[in-house]
Every structure is written in structure tokens, then in C-alpha cells.
Write a protein that binds this ligand. Sequence first.
Ligand code: ATP
Ligand code: ATP
Ligand code: MG
Ligand code: MG
Ligand code: MG
Ligand code: MG
Length: 269
Amino acid sequence: TLKMAKSSFEYVKKFELDDTLLPNSWIVVRLDGKCFHKFSDDHKFSKPNDLRALKLMNYAAFNVLRDFNDLLMAFGQSDEYSFIFKKTTTLYKRRAAKLLTTINSKFSSSYVFYWSKFFGDVPLKYPPTFDGRIVLYPSDENLIDYMKWRQADVHINNLYNTTFWTLVLKGNLSPSQAEKRLCGTVSADKNEILFQEFQINYNNELEIFKRGTLLVRKTIPHNNVDKHNNVIVDTHDDMLKDRFWSEHKSLLLNKCKEPIVYNGPVTDI
Ligand code: ATP
Ligand code: ATP
Ligand code: MG
Ligand code: MG
Ligand code: MG
Ligand code: MG
């Protein structure tokens, strides 16, 4: 009978291994676009920074935060996004594969679903792919250092890319000449090239380019009523400063149990 057949096959379920994540530790999910060097060429992203692409990334991440209340914040830059769960989350019983795949899936499908909201008539030529990983951090200090690490990465890459593309687009160097020119230079040298040769003050570049985007939850007063709305806002603060973390202690607290009220797009978009 069907019932007997079922029980004789059911043993295969036991091949599924336990992937429960350690309790009481920070769960960080980081996604990264696969071959986005090519994807950005194929879709003619402006170099070094395509604002439409960054805003689409932010919007896709915003959709993830809207769906997963146990996410405290998210940080994005270039083709990557990191999502931070509250330490005590019991979502999917902390099963790693469930957490990673649902976050990645919601992010990836949102990226495609909202493509035209940011790229208008520019066609999406093929479905993009994102890889994903989970990293656990046991202490607040480790998590803060993780956030600092990702933001320091934005700074290093953006200063390099800004100088590289300025040399190519405005200085008429070939890409390999620009690469040679930058070989062995430190930050101060790159700032100097931009300022002396192209009258560009790197400090005046957009914050979203220099610092990436931190999505956080905020409670804001509802229009002249005695009510509050929970919203998700995008910020571009300097997380490398310890002051940021002392002034934003609440970021690491388990809060926002209420559902998020969608209050228009992420500010700034
Ligand atoms: P991998 O599959 O190993 O991640 P990748 O080509 O995606 O390979 P990354 O190191 O992730 O390599 O770099 C992403 C690349 O995508 C950047 O170097 C840049 O060329 C491009 N890119 C991503 N976002 C933007 C953007 N907003 N504007 C312009 N280019 C972008
Ligand atoms: P979970 O998130 O736990 O997977 P679920 O609602 O997706 O919850 P499943 O056990 O995966 O539950 O079952 C998928 C359900 O989706 C089916 O029970 C059915 O109701 C619906 N469904 C999926 N595919 C079809 C289909 N082709 N036609 C009609 N209904 C479908
Ligand atoms: Mg990668
Ligand atoms: Mg990539
Ligand atoms: Mg990347
Ligand atoms: Mg299902």
C-alpha cells in the first residue's frame, strides 16, 4: 500500500544533517553578487559607482528587513549585503540552511522584481546570481569589528576606483596605465592625484559611495498623533568611529517586536 511504501522510503530523511547554529551568538548573513564585474559591464553600470545599482541593492535589502523582523540591521556596498540577526533569534530554530537560503532568495528575487523601479527601460539581460554565507560572532566587539571591516573595505575600494576611473575617463590613461600609476600608492597619494590633477576633493564624493549604506530600524512619531511608526531608514554614518557605537548602543539591542510599518521607500531613494 501507499502507506507502507512511504515508511520504507522515509529513512532517507535521516540523511539530513543538523545545521543548528550556536545559541546566543550574532548571526551574520553576507550575500555577494556572482561575477558582478561582468554583470555591471553587461548592464552598462556607470563607473566607478552606479547610483541606480546601489539603490536597487538597498531596496532589495529593505525588502528583506521588512520580511524578517529578527534582523536588526543590514550593511551594503558594491554587490554585497550583510544582514545581522538579533542574538536570540529562534527563527527556523536557527537552522543555517533555512536562514541563508530564505534571506538570499528574498533578496535575489527582490533585486529582479524591482529592477525597473531603478533602471527604468534598461533591460535586465539575464537573471543575476548571489552567493551567500553565514558567519557567527560570539561577542559584540567581534560584530562591531565585522561592521568596521566591511566599511573600511568600501573606503579602500572606493578611493582606488574613484582615482582609477578619473585617470581613465578624465586623464585619458588606458586601464593598464592607470593601474601602473596607482601601483604602490597610499591613500594620501590618491587624494593628491585627485586634487592636484583633477581638482576633485574626495571628501565631496557622495556618502553612499564613500561609506556604503547601513539600514537600521527606527521608531518615529506618527503625524501629530500620539502614535509611533517603525520604519527602516538608510544611513551612511561613519561606523569606524567608536563614537558611532557608543551613540548607537540601541542598534545591538533586541527590539522591534512589532511588525514594520512601511512608510514609503527607504529615505533617500
Ligand atoms: P565574485 O563572483 O567572485 O564575487 P565579482 O565580479 O562579483 O566576482 P566582486 O569582488 O564581488 O567581484 O566585485 C563586484 C564588482 O561589481 C565590482 O568590482 C564592480 O566592478 C561591480 N559593481 C558592483 N556594484 C557596482 C556599482 N554600483 N557600480 C559600478 N560597478 C559595480
Ligand atoms: P513552508 O514555508 O513550510 O514550506 P508551505 O505553505 O510552502 O510552507 P509546503 O509543505 O511546502 O508548505 O507545501 C506547498 C503548498 O503550496 C502545497 O501544499 C500547496 O498548497 C501549494 N502548491 C504548491 N505548488 C502548487 C501547485 N502547483 N498547484 C497548487 N498548489 C500548489
Ligand atoms: Mg565574492
Ligand atoms: Mg561579487
Ligand atoms: Mg563583492
Ligand atoms: Mg513550501
